[in-house]
Design a protein around this ligand. Structure first.
Ligand SMILES: Nc1ncnc2c1ncn2[C@@H]1O[C@H](COP(=O)(O)OP(=O)(O)OP(=O)(O)O)[C@@H](O)[C@H]1O
Ligand SMILES: [Mg+2]
Length: 279
């Protein structure tokens, strides 16, 4: 059943860091309202403040100015209601794969059997059932990241924050997980903020695409995708979205020129199985 709530409101958000004695403004005034159940993607050049924005929403950082709230309550620290999947897997090496996923349920009001079932379902979802009792050092980088994704999803948070979660995966796995994540998000109704470098990924997944500009990090443009959640990668309307995003990024020297990137749009491989959805 879709969850209620999951509104994230951000206003006048400023975040500064001190680096080598100098002050660096990572975010220089961000205003953003994220609707319940929305899938928001965030793109921008390296260092423009994407991870910082996500960490602030997660409650892992404090703002220097401005307000962040989740369903009207100020975000003052981390919460089980906001799940976070990082750029790198961050698995506990002393726990098995299943135990690492179960960490996401540590404080959940579920019986042992319910937790075991949820862990098993999410390992199946990311294609790692056979590795439930493996140790993190026995996994490839992509497999480890899939464990981290299962851990972020297992508690079905009402806000899911993902920081380039698919960056280390091969193209087929990445495409499959994109579709699965979107299907899960549709069913659970979780508000999702998904950070990526990849313009195709941002357009394919997002209800809206936020384009950040660097130094100081700020919103350059928000592109409204206006397409249903289930999409065809070859849909020409997606190409239009990609072009708008690339144009907004094109002013940024951290990104290649739009003309170089627009041709690289790839189609969903014909051999790809339909997304497996948790029943
Ligand atoms: N803990 C920190 N201490 C000092 N500076 C930081 C810290 N975290 C981030 N920064 C700085 O803030 C800016 C934004 O960093 P952030 O990690 O948010 O960028 P990003 O957009 O996620 O980049 P990438 O795409 O490379 O992951 C960078 O200039 C970075 O050096
Ligand atoms: Mg980052």
């Amino acid at each position: 059943m879709p969850l209620q709530g999951g509104v994230i409101a951000i206003s006048g958000l400023v975040k500064r860091f001190r680096v080598d004695g100098a002050e660096l403004t990572a975010l220089g005034g961000v205003d953003l309202w994220i609707a319940p159940g929305e899938f928001l993607t965030v793109v921008g050049a390296s260092g423009c403040g994407k991870s910082t924005l996500l960490r602030l929403i997660a409650g892992l950082e404090h703002a220097d100015a401005g307000v962040l709230s989740h369903d009207g309550a100020p975000i003052a620290g981390p919460s089980l209601a906001r799940g976070l999947v990082f750029q790198e897997p961050r698995l506990f090496p002393w726990l098995t794969v299943a135990q690492n996923v179960a960490v996401g349920l540590e404080n959940a009001p579920l019986s042992r059997a319910e937790k075991a079932l949820a862990v098993a379902e999410h390992l199946t979802l990311v294609g790692l059932s056979a590795f439930a009792r493996a140790w993190p050092h026995q996994l490839s980088g992509g497999m480890a990241q899939r464990v981290a994704i299962a851990r972020g999803l297992v508690n079905r948070p009402d806000v899911l924050l993902l920081d380039e979660p698919f960056g280390a995966l091969d193209m087929l796995t990445r495409a499959r997980l994109q579709d699965e994540l979107r299907a899960i998000q549709q069913r659970a109704g979780a508000t999702t903020v998904f950070v990526t470098h990849d313009v195709d990924e941002a357009a394919y997944l997002g209800d809206r695409v936020v384009v950040l500009a660097p130094r100081p990090g700020r919103i350059r443009e928000i592109v409204d995708v206006k397409l249903p959640a289930r999409r065809d990668r070859a849909d020409p309307r997606l190409a239009g979205v990609r072009e708008r995003v690339l144009r907004a990024l094109g002013e940024d020297p951290g990104y290649p020129r739009p003309a170089l990137v627009a041709d690289a749009a790839w189609r969903r491989p014909a051999t790809l199985a339909p997304a497996a959805v948790l029943q």
